[in-house]
Design a protein around this ligand. Structure first.
Ligand code: C2E
Ligand code: MG
Ligand code: MG
Ligand code: MG
Length: 275
């Protein structure tokens, strides 16, 4: 179809494209401004150990309140940060902020930070993380990095090397959104993850969804066999939790337990859950 349209027309401009590009461009400018002016904030959502009922860690989730638009979802602005190269400084800010907060928590509670695959373009990512750990005084074993399968799509050899360097620091590596990529299972062979976090889409239709149930059962089995911690995200109901418990998952996260909350609130939560 592209060929038929003839020479010199490699890209068709769709109606409304202009407005779309302009909106993105504006987002990029205000995002850069937000990062510079500390208009971004991290919220934290607990992960619960299903064997003990205790909080094992809290995931840092970035929040942006746009001056005119109000709250913008990270699912919307992280891709813009990735496209514009802003993810480098943004990702570093997120790491530093999360480690600073986590250093105040009881020592058995870890922090989980999402890493964009584009942050691996920085070949010195592991040493950036090492510096942030020593700056903030957070023990490396209390930092978990959540990555998605897309880390293995491009530059997989050098990204693997960086992952190994991060692991050598003593930090933990989790595979996030497991099951949504193209070949989740093969990545389990490329790298020994500390944790598998099954994507929310496999939890949403439990306990009736037979396919989802079969898949999470298989993942729980893989985790048990390989000694990898198994987690699920997006648990919203007690019946979903019952199904997950029946499969022997180690951890769970979701609105049923807690929503993401600001730093000051999570501090209270982790402190009061210590006893
Ligand atoms: P994710 O890492 O898979 O994070 C889980 C998302 O599910 C979060 O959305 C969280 O608020 C939401 N969630 C948690 N429990 C439930 C539940 O029970 N039900 C439902 N419906 N949703 C639940 P959020 O904060 O909007 O983040 C969306 C995505 O944006 C994240 O998915 C992650 O990919 C990305 N993201 C968020 N913060 C960061 C960050 O600091 N750095 C990077 N690189 N990406 C981030
Ligand atoms: Mg995550
Ligand atoms: Mg996730
Ligand atoms: Mg997800």
């Amino acid at each position: 179809q592209a060929k038929a349209s003839g020479r010199g027309t490699c890209k068709r401009i769709e109606p409304g494209m202009d407005a779309h590009l302009k909106a993105r461009q504006e987002m990029k400018v205000s995002l850069r401004h937000a990062l510079k002016n500390r208009a971004l904030e991290l919220h934290y959502q607990p992960l619960i150990n299903l064997h003990t009922g205790r909080i094992t860690s809290c995931e840092a989730l970035v929040r942006w309140k746009h001056p005119e638009k109000g709250p913008v979802s990270p699912a919307e602005f992280i891709p813009i940060a990735e496209e514009t190269g802003l993810i480098g400084p943004l990702g570093e800010w997120i790491l530093r902020q999360a480690c600073t907060e986590a250093a105040k928590w009881p020592s058995q509670v870890s922090v989980a930070v999402n890493l964009s695959p584009l942050q691996f373009r920085n070949r010195r990512l592991a040493s950036v993380i090492r510096d942030i750990l020593s700056e903030t005084g957070l023990e490396a074993s209390r930092l978990q990095l959540e990555i998605t399968e897309s880390v293995f799509l491009n530059d997989s050899a050098s990204n693997l090397l960086i992952l190994q360097q991060i692991r050598q620091l003593g930090a933990k590596i989790a595979m996030d959104d497991f099951g949504t990529g193209y070949s989740s299972l093969s990545y389990l062979r490329s790298f020994r993850f500390d944790k598998i976090k099954v994507d929310r889409s496999f939890i949403a239709d439990l306990p009736t969804g037979r396919e989802s149930l079969a898949i999470i059962r298989a993942v729980a089995g893989i985790g048990r066999t390989l000694g990898i911690t198994t987690t699920v995200e997006g648990v919203e109901t007690q019946t979903q939790l019952d199904a997950i418990n029946a499969e022997g998952f180690d951890e769970a996260q979701g609105y049923l337990f807690a929503r993401p909350v600001p730093a000051s609130q999570i501090l209270e939560i982790v402190q009061s859950s210590r006893e």
